[in-house]
Design a protein around this ligand. Structure first.
Ligand code: CP
Length: 307
């Protein structure tokens, strides 16, 4: 039962519950009109303490397509947070004015804190370098729709594996499905954090390898998940400048990949996927962002208990 639950970490939902969300998303994709008034009179609050294009707009679009309304902010300085109001008090107030809350915040753990003060379901829309569970729902639905299922895949993840929260969430989530293995491609400075390596991969006997060169392994993967080097999480600008162009996926590299490999990216991209790749039928990152809207529609319905 997902009604009135929070979504803070992808592992908050069982595999059966995730499947419930995906099944509903698939129904919405097939027949969106059937759902166009299902959230009449419901209000989604979007509290974005950090910049966003896809997550905020897709949440807002999702709620509007379900017949509901949206309030919120994308600039915390326009709220009483700028006068020193605590997150706890802001959430207490917003949960009075709305039925469901999606929040992005730069501090790890902030979404969990928000859930303690909210009478409405809280959805973590990204907390610092920690988790981004609705991106994970987006990624899983994309893989399910485009590769048939979520099992027995070789998943290459390339770029900033240290700070990229979508990477941490994706590894945690795909490790729960049978037979998946990972090829982790990053500069040594940006490898996955120790807790992901030890607590998720090693402990669960998941097959993985860590390499530095994309071109050496691109022919092995079923899914190539490219990521941006996360400038905003670096403490040292010189190090960011040194590492920022570590990987550029171009057609020369794409020519070495499998014909049915798919390229994903949570977006925004900077330089890591050359625009020439956009025309390749294996480039699925814009389709992925669209699946993100449908999966958020399904999630809102489930947490509000309307479908
Ligand atoms: N993928 C993602 O979270 O994009 P935004 O930062 O634009 O929301």
């Amino acid at each position: 039962m997902l009604k009135d639950r929070h979504l803070i970490d992808p592992s908050d939902f069982s595999l059966e519950e995730l499947n419930e969300v995906f099944t509903l998303a698939e129904k919405i994709i097939k027949n969106p009109k059937e759902f166009s008034h299902i959230c009449d009179n419901k209000i989604l609050a979007t509290l974005f303490y950090e910049p966003s294009t896809r997550t905020r707009f897709s949440f807002e679009s999702a709620m509007m397509k379900l017949g509901g309304s949206v309030l919120g902010f994308s600039e915390p300085n326009s709220t009483s947070a700028s006068k020193g109001e605590t997150l706890a008090d802001t959430i207490t107030m917003v949960s009075i004015y709305s039925d469901i809350i999606a929040m992005r915040h730069p501090k790890e753990g902030s979404a969990r804190v928000a859930s303690l003060y909210s009478n409405s379901p809280v959805i973590n829309a990204g907390d610092g370098g920690h988790q981004h569970p609705t991106q994970t729902l987006t990624d899983l639905l994309t893989i399910k729709e485009l590769k048939g299922d979520l099992k027995n895949k070789v998943i290459g993840i390339c770029g900033d594996l240290k700070y990229g929260r979508t990477v941490h969430s994706l590894i945690k989530a795909m490790s729960r499905y049978e037979g998946n293995e990972f090829v982790l491609i990053s500069p040594k400075e940006l490898r996955i954090p120790e807790y992901i390596r030890e607590e998720i991969l090693v402990k669960n006997n998941i097959k993985f390898k860590e390499v530095e060169k994309l071109e050496d392994v691109i022919d092995e993967v079923d899914i190539l998940y490219m990521t941006r080097i996360q400038k905003e999480r670096f403490f040292n600008e010189e190090e960011y400048i040194r590492l920022k162009d570590s990987y550029v996926l171009d057609m020369e590299k794409m020519d070495k990949a499998k014909n049915d490999m798919i390229v994903m990216h949570p977006l925004p991209r900077v330089n890591e996927i050359s625009v020439e790749v956009d025309k390749d039928s294996r480039a699925k990152y814009f389709a992925q962002a669209e699946y993100g809207m449908y999966v958020r529609m399904a999630l809102i319905c489930k947490l509000l208990g309307v479908a």
